[in-house]
Design a binder for this molecule. Sequence first.
Ligand code: 8BR
Ligand code: ZN
Ligand code: ZN
Length: 338
Amino acid sequence: ANFQKLNIPKRVLELLDKQHDDLYIDPFECDKLSGGEGLIYLMLFLFENYNLYDVFLVKPKVVRSYFEEVTKGYQDNPYHNRVHAQDVAQTCNFLLNRCKFIEIGQLDEQDIACVLIAGAIHDYGHPGLTNAFLINSKNELALTYNDQSVLEMFHPSQCFKIAWTNQKANIFENLPFQKYRRIRESIISMVLSTDMAHHASELAITNSRVAAPDFEPYGKDKQRLMDLVVHSSDVSNPTKNFEIYKQWTERVLTEFWQQGDKERELGLPISYLCNRYTTNMAEAQLGFIDYVVKPTFSCIQGFLPAFEPYFENLDKNKAKWQELVGYYKQQLASIQTQ
Ligand code: 8BR
Ligand code: ZN
Ligand code: ZN
């Protein structure tokens, strides 16, 4: 691979060279070193690293323009912003390479491209409000998508549109139609799988597939596992070092609490975790780890045994939040008496 020609700033290139498939790469650092272009450089680096230009038959210039457009579409939300997109794409790459999903699923270049693109675009255009809010407030997006996976339908829809409406950014232009259809179907499937409303039912099916005698990670089960890889990367914050994880948590709750304030103002029901006067951040994370993240990564471990050494981070991080429950209780009590 020749990374020189990609014009990636030296310090960013060094970071990616050393840590592109590392679970502990710091996405905030990467974004800062890149002057806000971390998602673009990450994708250029990975396209070169895995020879993905051969799948799309386009020049790096087109890939750069495409991810410039994608980056522009991410709003500056506290959580659902371009750094989250970069973080999810990086975590997908960790599962692909470091945890050997490429080998175990016998992924070809096209599959690798689909997973990484899905990670990069999966929250494109996120308004910083949840599906429940959009539905309850009769938002235009909820009307467009009939209340069904509203945001998860919106994100990929917009990302295919930006390709077809910006000729110099159209990474899909040179694909034969059948190949384009398969790529499109795969990416849309992965982004839809990030709707938390599907989490429990899909995870149950995937668990039973992983345990089945005819389980085929490289065959009929491959797309389902690719879906899980993107969904698990989306909820992977608690598998990382506590400092970075805590930063994401403060951000996701800041976004939720802004929504809660709006809900209060509009007289809408205040959504789960969105009430800043009653939500204990540490307790919320204990629940999130036990009921969402642990079951998800247990399933991942079932077919990617290389994940095993990282699984213990979940208990380490739980212990840290347990120590903080009292602190956040006091904080809430002091707001309530004001
Ligand atoms: P999205 O990124 O698509 O929103 O999916 C992740 C969901 O998991 C969040 O919307 C939120 O409901 C939940 N969540 C919680 Br609780 N804590 C989280 C955290 N620390 N990081 C990511 N998601 C979290
Ligand atoms: Zn999302
Ligand atoms: Zn997300």
